[in-house]
Design a protein around this ligand. Structure first.
Ligand code: ARG
Length: 460
Protein backbone atom coordinates (compact mmCIF):
# COMPACT_ATOMS: atom_id res chain seq x y z
CA UNK A 1 0.00 0.00 0.00
CA UNK A 2 1.54 3.31 -1.04
CA UNK A 3 1.35 6.36 1.14
CA UNK A 4 -1.58 7.98 -0.68
CA UNK A 5 -3.45 4.80 -1.52
CA UNK A 6 -6.34 3.92 0.79
CA UNK A 7 -6.72 0.39 2.13
CA UNK A 8 -10.08 0.43 0.38
CA UNK A 9 -8.71 2.10 -2.77
CA UNK A 10 -8.99 -0.92 -5.10
CA UNK A 11 -12.28 -0.07 -6.80
CA UNK A 12 -11.46 3.64 -7.09
CA UNK A 13 -9.78 5.32 -10.02
CA UNK A 14 -9.65 8.83 -8.64
CA UNK A 15 -8.14 9.96 -5.35
CA UNK A 16 -10.42 11.21 -2.58
CA UNK A 17 -11.19 14.92 -2.68
CA UNK A 18 -9.20 16.69 0.03
CA UNK A 19 -12.37 18.25 1.47
CA UNK A 20 -13.97 14.84 1.71
CA UNK A 21 -10.93 13.52 3.47
CA UNK A 22 -11.16 16.31 5.98
CA UNK A 23 -14.89 15.92 6.37
CA UNK A 24 -14.85 12.18 6.94
CA UNK A 25 -11.67 11.92 9.02
CA UNK A 26 -11.98 11.00 12.67
CA UNK A 27 -8.30 10.60 13.40
CA UNK A 28 -8.10 13.89 15.29
CA UNK A 29 -10.29 12.47 18.01
CA UNK A 30 -10.25 8.69 17.63
CA UNK A 31 -6.48 8.64 18.11
CA UNK A 32 -7.48 8.47 21.77
CA UNK A 33 -8.22 4.79 21.09
CA UNK A 34 -4.71 3.96 19.88
CA UNK A 35 -3.66 1.66 22.72
CA UNK A 36 -6.86 -0.37 22.45
CA UNK A 37 -6.61 -0.57 18.69
CA UNK A 38 -3.16 -2.13 19.03
CA UNK A 39 -4.21 -4.49 21.85
CA UNK A 40 -7.17 -5.66 19.78
CA UNK A 41 -4.99 -6.15 16.70
CA UNK A 42 -2.40 -8.16 18.60
CA UNK A 43 -5.08 -10.50 19.97
CA UNK A 44 -6.64 -10.83 16.49
CA UNK A 45 -3.25 -11.58 14.92
CA UNK A 46 -2.37 -14.22 17.53
CA UNK A 47 -5.70 -15.90 16.84
CA UNK A 48 -5.13 -15.86 13.05
CA UNK A 49 -1.81 -17.67 13.55
CA UNK A 50 -3.27 -20.14 16.01
CA UNK A 51 -5.94 -21.01 13.45
CA UNK A 52 -3.31 -21.44 10.75
CA UNK A 53 -4.72 -18.52 8.74
CA UNK A 54 -1.33 -16.77 8.90
CA UNK A 55 2.05 -18.34 9.69
CA UNK A 56 3.90 -18.10 12.98
CA UNK A 57 6.56 -16.02 11.27
CA UNK A 58 3.96 -13.59 9.92
CA UNK A 59 2.44 -13.38 13.39
CA UNK A 60 5.78 -12.46 14.91
CA UNK A 61 6.44 -9.78 12.31
CA UNK A 62 3.00 -8.25 12.70
CA UNK A 63 3.05 -8.33 16.49
CA UNK A 64 6.49 -6.78 16.73
CA UNK A 65 5.51 -4.13 14.18
CA UNK A 66 2.42 -3.31 16.23
CA UNK A 67 4.49 -3.08 19.39
CA UNK A 68 6.90 -0.68 17.69
CA UNK A 69 3.97 1.48 16.61
CA UNK A 70 2.67 1.51 20.16
CA UNK A 71 6.05 2.57 21.45
CA UNK A 72 6.24 5.42 18.95
CA UNK A 73 2.74 6.51 19.90
CA UNK A 74 3.57 6.45 23.60
CA UNK A 75 6.67 8.55 22.89
CA UNK A 76 4.65 11.02 20.84
CA UNK A 77 6.50 10.05 17.64
CA UNK A 78 3.55 8.94 15.57
CA UNK A 79 2.19 10.91 12.63
CA UNK A 80 -1.61 11.04 12.83
CA UNK A 81 -2.18 12.74 9.49
CA UNK A 82 -5.74 13.06 8.31
CA UNK A 83 -5.26 11.23 5.04
CA UNK A 84 -5.23 8.15 7.27
CA UNK A 85 -8.93 8.80 7.96
CA UNK A 86 -9.07 7.04 11.31
CA UNK A 87 -6.90 5.38 13.91
CA UNK A 88 -7.47 1.91 12.47
CA UNK A 89 -6.18 2.89 9.05
CA UNK A 90 -3.32 4.90 10.53
CA UNK A 91 -2.07 1.85 12.41
CA UNK A 92 -2.46 -0.42 9.38
CA UNK A 93 -0.66 1.99 7.09
CA UNK A 94 2.17 2.46 9.53
CA UNK A 95 2.45 -1.31 9.97
CA UNK A 96 2.83 -1.83 6.24
CA UNK A 97 5.38 0.93 6.10
CA UNK A 98 7.40 -0.91 8.72
CA UNK A 99 7.05 -4.59 7.81
CA UNK A 100 5.91 -4.46 4.19
CA UNK A 101 3.11 -6.41 2.53
CA UNK A 102 2.80 -8.96 5.29
CA UNK A 103 1.16 -6.16 7.31
CA UNK A 104 -1.77 -6.50 4.92
CA UNK A 105 -2.61 -9.87 6.47
CA UNK A 106 -3.62 -8.32 9.80
CA UNK A 107 -7.04 -7.25 8.57
CA UNK A 108 -7.95 -10.84 7.58
CA UNK A 109 -11.38 -11.87 8.87
CA UNK A 110 -12.30 -8.52 10.36
CA UNK A 111 -13.64 -5.15 9.29
CA UNK A 112 -13.27 -1.70 10.75
CA UNK A 113 -16.92 -2.08 11.73
CA UNK A 114 -16.25 -4.74 14.33
CA UNK A 115 -12.80 -3.33 15.07
CA UNK A 116 -14.16 0.08 16.08
CA UNK A 117 -16.78 -1.51 18.31
CA UNK A 118 -14.02 -3.55 19.96
CA UNK A 119 -11.82 -0.48 20.48
CA UNK A 120 -14.70 1.46 21.99
CA UNK A 121 -15.52 -1.36 24.38
CA UNK A 122 -11.90 -1.83 25.44
CA UNK A 123 -11.49 1.90 25.98
CA UNK A 124 -14.73 2.23 27.86
CA UNK A 125 -13.92 -0.64 30.19
CA UNK A 126 -10.94 1.33 31.49
CA UNK A 127 -12.79 4.62 31.63
CA UNK A 128 -15.82 3.18 33.40
CA UNK A 129 -13.52 1.69 36.04
CA UNK A 130 -11.71 5.02 36.38
CA UNK A 131 -15.04 6.80 36.80
CA UNK A 132 -16.15 4.26 39.40
CA UNK A 133 -12.94 4.82 41.38
CA UNK A 134 -13.55 8.55 41.38
CA UNK A 135 -17.14 8.06 42.52
CA UNK A 136 -15.90 5.81 45.34
CA UNK A 137 -13.59 8.61 46.52
CA UNK A 138 -16.45 11.11 46.41
CA UNK A 139 -18.60 8.72 48.46
CA UNK A 140 -15.83 8.32 51.05
CA UNK A 141 -15.42 12.11 51.32
CA UNK A 142 -19.12 12.37 52.11
CA UNK A 143 -19.00 9.63 54.73
CA UNK A 144 -15.97 11.16 56.50
CA UNK A 145 -17.69 14.52 56.52
CA UNK A 146 -20.90 12.94 57.83
CA UNK A 147 -18.92 11.35 60.68
CA UNK A 148 -17.16 14.60 61.56
CA UNK A 149 -20.39 16.59 61.49
CA UNK A 150 -22.56 14.09 63.36
CA UNK A 151 -23.66 16.72 65.91
CA UNK A 152 -24.30 19.51 63.42
CA UNK A 153 -27.94 20.36 62.86
CA UNK A 154 -29.42 22.32 60.01
CA UNK A 155 -32.79 23.49 58.80
CA UNK A 156 -34.23 21.03 56.31
CA UNK A 157 -36.18 22.57 53.44
CA UNK A 158 -39.05 21.78 51.15
CA UNK A 159 -39.87 24.31 48.42
CA UNK A 160 -36.73 26.04 49.75
CA UNK A 161 -38.85 27.06 52.74
CA UNK A 162 -37.71 26.04 56.20
CA UNK A 163 -39.44 22.77 56.98
CA UNK A 164 -37.97 20.59 59.75
CA UNK A 165 -34.57 20.36 61.41
CA UNK A 166 -32.29 17.56 60.27
CA UNK A 167 -28.76 16.44 60.94
CA UNK A 168 -26.23 17.79 58.47
CA UNK A 169 -24.92 14.21 58.31
CA UNK A 170 -28.33 13.02 57.18
CA UNK A 171 -28.25 15.59 54.41
CA UNK A 172 -24.73 14.55 53.36
CA UNK A 173 -25.66 10.88 53.35
CA UNK A 174 -28.62 11.67 51.09
CA UNK A 175 -26.01 12.50 48.45
CA UNK A 176 -24.06 9.40 49.38
CA UNK A 177 -27.15 7.33 48.50
CA UNK A 178 -27.44 9.07 45.13
CA UNK A 179 -23.78 8.54 44.31
CA UNK A 180 -24.08 4.96 45.46
CA UNK A 181 -26.82 4.37 42.91
CA UNK A 182 -24.64 6.04 40.28
CA UNK A 183 -21.89 3.66 41.28
CA UNK A 184 -24.11 0.63 40.84
CA UNK A 185 -25.43 1.89 37.50
CA UNK A 186 -21.85 2.25 36.25
CA UNK A 187 -21.06 -1.26 37.42
CA UNK A 188 -23.98 -2.60 35.38
CA UNK A 189 -22.96 -0.51 32.39
CA UNK A 190 -19.50 -2.07 32.66
CA UNK A 191 -21.02 -5.54 32.41
CA UNK A 192 -22.95 -4.68 29.25
CA UNK A 193 -19.86 -3.05 27.74
CA UNK A 194 -17.62 -5.97 28.57
CA UNK A 195 -18.70 -8.11 25.59
CA UNK A 196 -16.40 -9.01 22.70
CA UNK A 197 -17.68 -8.00 19.22
CA UNK A 198 -14.74 -8.97 16.97
CA UNK A 199 -15.59 -11.62 14.38
CA UNK A 200 -18.76 -9.81 13.35
CA UNK A 201 -16.69 -8.37 10.49
CA UNK A 202 -18.59 -5.91 8.27
CA UNK A 203 -22.03 -7.15 9.35
CA UNK A 204 -22.43 -10.84 8.57
CA UNK A 205 -19.45 -12.50 10.24
CA UNK A 206 -16.62 -14.09 8.28
CA UNK A 207 -16.25 -17.23 6.18
CA UNK A 208 -12.76 -17.82 7.61
CA UNK A 209 -12.43 -20.20 10.52
CA UNK A 210 -11.59 -17.68 13.20
CA UNK A 211 -11.74 -18.45 16.93
CA UNK A 212 -13.77 -15.80 18.72
CA UNK A 213 -13.45 -17.54 22.08
CA UNK A 214 -9.69 -17.27 21.93
CA UNK A 215 -9.81 -13.52 21.13
CA UNK A 216 -12.25 -13.03 24.02
CA UNK A 217 -9.90 -14.84 26.33
CA UNK A 218 -6.84 -12.85 25.18
CA UNK A 219 -8.64 -9.59 25.83
CA UNK A 220 -10.27 -10.78 29.09
CA UNK A 221 -13.86 -10.56 27.88
CA UNK A 222 -16.16 -12.94 29.78
CA UNK A 223 -18.50 -13.27 26.78
CA UNK A 224 -18.96 -12.29 23.15
CA UNK A 225 -21.71 -10.71 21.07
CA UNK A 226 -24.33 -13.12 19.77
CA UNK A 227 -25.38 -11.39 16.57
CA UNK A 228 -22.97 -9.84 14.09
CA UNK A 229 -25.45 -7.25 12.79
CA UNK A 230 -26.30 -6.12 16.28
CA UNK A 231 -22.63 -6.00 17.20
CA UNK A 232 -21.52 -3.65 14.43
CA UNK A 233 -24.50 -1.31 14.52
CA UNK A 234 -25.23 -0.96 18.19
CA UNK A 235 -23.86 1.70 20.51
CA UNK A 236 -26.33 1.40 23.35
CA UNK A 237 -23.44 0.83 25.75
CA UNK A 238 -22.18 4.30 24.81
CA UNK A 239 -25.61 5.87 25.29
CA UNK A 240 -26.01 4.03 28.57
CA UNK A 241 -22.73 5.35 29.90
CA UNK A 242 -23.62 8.91 28.91
CA UNK A 243 -26.99 8.51 30.58
CA UNK A 244 -25.34 7.21 33.76
CA UNK A 245 -22.92 10.13 33.57
CA UNK A 246 -25.85 12.53 33.11
CA UNK A 247 -27.49 11.31 36.31
CA UNK A 248 -24.19 11.50 38.14
CA UNK A 249 -23.70 15.08 36.89
CA UNK A 250 -27.28 15.92 37.90
CA UNK A 251 -26.64 14.67 41.44
CA UNK A 252 -23.40 16.63 41.65
CA UNK A 253 -25.14 19.69 40.24
CA UNK A 254 -27.80 19.56 42.95
CA UNK A 255 -25.16 19.32 45.66
CA UNK A 256 -23.29 22.21 44.06
CA UNK A 257 -26.47 24.26 43.90
CA UNK A 258 -26.90 23.83 47.67
CA UNK A 259 -23.28 24.83 48.25
CA UNK A 260 -23.71 27.89 46.06
CA UNK A 261 -26.76 28.98 48.04
CA UNK A 262 -25.24 28.08 51.39
CA UNK A 263 -22.07 30.06 50.80
CA UNK A 264 -24.06 33.23 50.18
CA UNK A 265 -24.01 35.96 52.81
CA UNK A 266 -27.75 35.38 53.27
CA UNK A 267 -27.28 31.76 54.33
CA UNK A 268 -23.70 31.69 55.58
CA UNK A 269 -23.89 27.95 56.35
CA UNK A 270 -20.64 26.90 54.78
CA UNK A 271 -17.33 28.20 53.59
CA UNK A 272 -15.56 26.66 50.64
CA UNK A 273 -11.80 26.77 51.16
CA UNK A 274 -9.89 29.53 49.34
CA UNK A 275 -8.18 26.93 47.19
CA UNK A 276 -11.50 25.99 45.60
CA UNK A 277 -12.95 29.45 45.02
CA UNK A 278 -12.03 32.36 42.81
CA UNK A 279 -12.09 36.12 43.14
CA UNK A 280 -13.63 38.89 41.09
CA UNK A 281 -11.54 41.07 38.81
CA UNK A 282 -13.40 44.18 39.94
CA UNK A 283 -14.87 43.54 43.41
CA UNK A 284 -12.04 42.93 45.88
CA UNK A 285 -14.32 41.47 48.55
CA UNK A 286 -15.68 38.65 46.39
CA UNK A 287 -15.03 34.94 46.90
CA UNK A 288 -17.01 33.02 44.33
CA UNK A 289 -18.02 29.34 44.22
CA UNK A 290 -16.97 29.00 40.57
CA UNK A 291 -16.06 25.31 40.82
CA UNK A 292 -19.55 24.45 42.02
CA UNK A 293 -21.09 26.68 39.36
CA UNK A 294 -19.03 25.07 36.62
CA UNK A 295 -20.05 21.57 37.67
CA UNK A 296 -23.66 22.77 37.52
CA UNK A 297 -23.00 24.30 34.10
CA UNK A 298 -21.18 21.29 32.72
CA UNK A 299 -24.17 19.12 33.61
CA UNK A 300 -26.04 20.73 30.73
CA UNK A 301 -23.19 19.90 28.43
CA UNK A 302 -23.32 16.20 29.33
CA UNK A 303 -27.10 16.22 28.79
CA UNK A 304 -26.32 17.63 25.34
CA UNK A 305 -24.02 14.70 24.68
CA UNK A 306 -26.78 12.30 25.69
CA UNK A 307 -29.25 13.89 23.30
CA UNK A 308 -26.57 13.83 20.58
CA UNK A 309 -25.86 10.09 20.85
CA UNK A 310 -29.53 9.15 21.13
CA UNK A 311 -30.30 11.24 18.06
CA UNK A 312 -27.42 9.73 16.08
CA UNK A 313 -28.74 6.25 16.82
CA UNK A 314 -32.47 6.71 16.38
CA UNK A 315 -32.85 6.43 12.62
CA UNK A 316 -30.02 4.15 11.58
CA UNK A 317 -30.91 1.43 9.10
CA UNK A 318 -29.30 -1.94 9.82
CA UNK A 319 -26.40 -2.49 10.08
CA UNK A 320 -23.27 -0.25 10.24
CA UNK A 321 -23.66 3.35 9.05
CA UNK A 322 -20.99 6.00 9.07
CA UNK A 323 -23.13 8.10 11.39
CA UNK A 324 -21.80 5.83 14.12
CA UNK A 325 -18.48 7.64 13.96
CA UNK A 326 -20.36 10.48 15.67
CA UNK A 327 -20.50 8.39 18.85
CA UNK A 328 -16.96 9.34 19.83
CA UNK A 329 -16.90 13.05 20.54
CA UNK A 330 -19.97 13.01 22.81
CA UNK A 331 -18.48 10.03 24.65
CA UNK A 332 -14.99 11.48 25.01
CA UNK A 333 -16.32 14.84 26.12
CA UNK A 334 -18.57 13.13 28.66
CA UNK A 335 -15.71 11.11 30.07
CA UNK A 336 -13.48 14.17 30.46
CA UNK A 337 -16.26 16.27 31.93
CA UNK A 338 -17.65 13.74 34.36
CA UNK A 339 -14.27 12.53 35.61
CA UNK A 340 -12.96 16.08 36.04
CA UNK A 341 -16.12 17.10 37.89
CA UNK A 342 -16.23 14.12 40.26
CA UNK A 343 -12.58 14.55 41.12
CA UNK A 344 -12.74 18.25 41.89
CA UNK A 345 -15.98 17.88 43.82
CA UNK A 346 -14.43 15.22 46.12
CA UNK A 347 -11.50 17.52 46.81
CA UNK A 348 -13.75 20.50 47.43
CA UNK A 349 -16.01 18.44 49.70
CA UNK A 350 -13.08 17.45 51.91
CA UNK A 351 -12.35 21.13 52.45
CA UNK A 352 -15.81 22.40 53.38
CA UNK A 353 -16.10 24.31 56.63
CA UNK A 354 -19.63 24.43 58.07
CA UNK A 355 -20.79 27.22 60.35
CA UNK A 356 -22.39 25.00 63.00
CA UNK A 357 -23.62 27.84 65.17
CA UNK A 358 -25.43 29.61 62.39
CA UNK A 359 -26.94 26.39 61.08
CA UNK A 360 -28.28 25.44 64.48
CA UNK A 361 -29.69 28.94 65.11
CA UNK A 362 -31.46 28.84 61.78
CA UNK A 363 -32.69 25.29 62.37
CA UNK A 364 -34.66 26.49 65.38
CA UNK A 365 -36.36 29.34 63.53
CA UNK A 366 -39.47 29.41 61.43
CA UNK A 367 -41.63 27.13 63.63
CA UNK A 368 -39.55 24.22 62.48
CA UNK A 369 -40.83 22.06 65.33
CA UNK A 370 -44.53 22.71 64.63
CA UNK A 371 -44.95 19.19 63.26
CA UNK A 372 -43.52 17.86 66.52
CA UNK A 373 -46.26 19.66 68.43
CA UNK A 374 -48.85 18.11 66.13
CA UNK A 375 -47.31 14.66 66.67
CA UNK A 376 -47.37 15.34 70.43
CA UNK A 377 -51.13 15.89 70.22
CA UNK A 378 -51.56 12.75 68.11
CA UNK A 379 -49.84 10.78 70.85
CA UNK A 380 -52.43 12.24 73.24
CA UNK A 381 -55.26 10.85 71.14
CA UNK A 382 -56.01 13.83 68.87
CA UNK A 383 -56.59 13.02 65.19
CA UNK A 384 -53.80 14.26 62.96
CA UNK A 385 -56.12 16.59 61.05
CA UNK A 386 -57.36 18.22 64.29
CA UNK A 387 -53.81 18.42 65.60
CA UNK A 388 -52.74 20.12 62.36
CA UNK A 389 -55.54 22.68 62.76
CA UNK A 390 -54.71 23.37 66.43
CA UNK A 391 -51.01 23.86 65.75
CA UNK A 392 -51.82 25.97 62.69
CA UNK A 393 -53.76 28.36 64.93
CA UNK A 394 -50.93 28.31 67.47
CA UNK A 395 -48.48 29.32 64.76
CA UNK A 396 -50.73 32.10 63.52
CA UNK A 397 -50.98 33.38 67.11
CA UNK A 398 -47.19 33.32 67.42
CA UNK A 399 -46.80 35.26 64.18
CA UNK A 400 -49.26 37.89 65.35
CA UNK A 401 -47.57 38.21 68.75
CA UNK A 402 -44.08 37.89 67.29
CA UNK A 403 -43.29 34.91 69.48
CA UNK A 404 -41.62 31.56 69.00
CA UNK A 405 -43.31 28.30 70.05
CA UNK A 406 -40.93 27.56 72.97
CA UNK A 407 -41.61 31.02 74.45
CA UNK A 408 -45.37 30.42 74.82
CA UNK A 409 -46.66 29.92 78.36
CA UNK A 410 -48.58 26.83 79.40
CA UNK A 411 -51.66 28.99 79.60
CA UNK A 412 -51.24 30.12 76.02
CA UNK A 413 -50.84 26.49 74.90
CA UNK A 414 -53.94 25.45 76.84
CA UNK A 415 -55.91 28.25 75.28
CA UNK A 416 -55.64 26.35 72.00
CA UNK A 417 -56.03 22.85 73.42
CA UNK A 418 -56.82 21.80 76.98
CA UNK A 419 -54.75 18.63 76.82
CA UNK A 420 -51.33 20.35 76.54
CA UNK A 421 -49.00 19.41 79.43
CA UNK A 422 -45.58 20.68 80.56
CA UNK A 423 -43.85 17.92 78.58
CA UNK A 424 -44.79 19.68 75.33
CA UNK A 425 -41.73 21.90 75.86
CA UNK A 426 -39.52 18.82 75.53
CA UNK A 427 -40.77 18.42 71.99
CA UNK A 428 -39.89 21.95 70.93
CA UNK A 429 -36.13 21.72 70.75
CA UNK A 430 -34.26 21.04 67.55
CA UNK A 431 -32.47 18.06 69.10
CA UNK A 432 -35.66 16.39 70.30
CA UNK A 433 -37.31 16.99 66.94
CA UNK A 434 -34.40 15.34 65.16
CA UNK A 435 -34.05 12.43 67.55
CA UNK A 436 -37.79 11.77 67.50
CA UNK A 437 -37.39 10.71 63.88
CA UNK A 438 -35.92 7.45 64.97
CA UNK A 439 -37.17 5.16 62.25
CA UNK A 440 -35.05 3.50 59.53
CA UNK A 441 -34.22 6.17 56.97
CA UNK A 442 -34.99 8.94 59.49
CA UNK A 443 -32.72 11.74 60.67
CA UNK A 444 -32.20 10.76 64.34
CA UNK A 445 -28.60 10.54 65.43
CA UNK A 446 -29.03 6.85 66.20
CA UNK A 447 -30.35 6.07 62.70
CA UNK A 448 -27.72 8.17 60.94
CA UNK A 449 -24.94 6.51 62.93
CA UNK A 450 -26.44 3.13 62.11
CA UNK A 451 -26.37 3.96 58.41
CA UNK A 452 -22.74 5.07 58.65
CA UNK A 453 -21.83 1.73 60.25
CA UNK A 454 -23.73 -0.15 57.52
CA UNK A 455 -21.94 1.83 54.81
CA UNK A 456 -18.55 1.29 56.36
CA UNK A 457 -19.13 -2.43 56.87
CA UNK A 458 -19.99 -2.89 53.22
CA UNK A 459 -16.87 -0.86 52.49
CA UNK A 460 -18.31 0.75 49.39
N1 ARG B 1 -14.00 5.58 11.81
C1 ARG B 1 -15.10 4.67 11.69
C2 ARG B 1 -16.05 4.79 12.88
O1 ARG B 1 -15.67 5.34 13.83
C3 ARG B 1 -14.60 3.28 11.62
C4 ARG B 1 -15.43 2.36 10.86
C5 ARG B 1 -15.45 2.72 9.42
N2 ARG B 1 -16.20 1.75 8.68
C6 ARG B 1 -16.62 2.00 7.45
N3 ARG B 1 -17.31 1.06 6.89
N4 ARG B 1 -16.36 3.12 6.84
O2 ARG B 1 -17.16 4.33 12.86
Amino acid sequence: MTKDKKPWGGRFTEPTDRQVEEFTASIDFDKRLYRYDIDGSIAHCRMLARQGIISKEEENKIVSGLKDILEDMEMGNFDYSIDCEDIHMAVERSLMGRIGDVGGKLHTGRSRNDQVSLDMRLYMRDEILRTIDLVKTLKSSLVSLAKNEIDTVMPGYTHLQRAQPVLLSHYLLAYWEMFNRDHSRLTECYQRTNIMPLGSAALAGTGLSIDRDYVSECLAFPSMTKNSMDAVSDRDFVAEFIFDASLLMMHMSRFCEDLIIWTSEEYGFVEISDAFTTGSSIMPQKKNPDVAELIRGKTGRVYGNLVAILTVLKGLPMAYDRDLQEDKEPLFDTIDTVQGSVHILSEMTKNLCFNKLRMSEEAAKGFSTATDVAEYLVMHGVSFRDAHEIVGRLVRYCIEKDKALPSLTMEEFRHFYEGFREDVYDRLTVESSINARNIPGGTSKEMVLRRIVEIEEKKN
